[in-house]
Design a protein around this ligand. Sequence first.
Ligand code: NAI
Ligand code: 15L
Length: 268
Amino acid sequence: PAPRTVLLTGAAGGLGTLMRDLLPGYGYELRLLDVRPVADEPGAITADLADTAALREAVRGVDAVVHLAGISLEAPFEKILKANIEGLHHLYEAARAEGVPRIVFASSNHAVGRTPRPRGTDPLIPVDTPRRPDTFYGLSKSFGEDLAQLYWDRHGLETVSVRIGSCCPEPTDVRMLSLWLSPADAARLFHAALTAEHVGHTVVYGSSANTRLWWDLTGARALGYEPQDDSEPYARRLIAEQGDLDPDDEADAFLGGRFVTDPPIWPY
Ligand code: NAI
Ligand code: 15L
């Protein structure tokens, strides 16, 4: 049966706020969780991913989890370790203990951020390209995909790991023309990830059907995802304002963009 009750973690965040609006349109009843209060949602659970008892209670009885909570940018290693690595483990342990059958995990392009972007007639980046995190943040997403695989292999807990590109209402830079995931397509993709059968652990890229796509959406489409949006209408203006990608600039050479070249955050 299709999942009905879904725990949405990270519900106070940017993507969480968009999904709170859009996922109920697919028939889901959302239970919300975040370490910060969720505006206008008095029923939301305010809890840290470090709180194992709160997580057990939060996942009890849900049909699936859409896991967006965590640090969403580069940060000192200790912080990433707590929220994205230990926190993810706590979530999976809670889900395993309570018999939750499926998690949709917000992985990121930064798990493979150090992969050179395709140029000219280069093929699209396949989903089985070796992982090459560009940051501790990307490393935590790479860990998350391995953790998801382990919980499928050992416990039969299914996951779709979605390597999200850039999800925001509109693309705001030239790189995003390739990586943009419109909010409406994000909801379509999460819905597909929640309802596809026999996913085991499946890793897919998450973007709209952008004309300037860098990666292969075949895996996402195989889940039933049919993207409806394309960043191309934004291309002329963004390129006029910012200039096109510079073949000599390192930040434009890799999937992860600025994450690749920004100095490491110390101390860690
Ligand atoms: P965000 O930073 O706006 O939201 C993350 C939410 O998680 C925040 O509301 C925060 O309070 C919560 N959170 C952080 N640590 C927590 C903890 N220890 N316990 C409980 N809650 C905690 O990030 P955004 O953009 O909404 O992203 C959501 C997820 O999607 C993140 O996991 C991010 O890594 C991932 N992602 C997002 C992309 C995007 O374009 N927005 C791209 C790729 C991945
Ligand atoms: C991410 O993983 C971040 O969470 C998001 O804030 C964006 O920076 C996005 O990747 C991106 O690469 O554009």
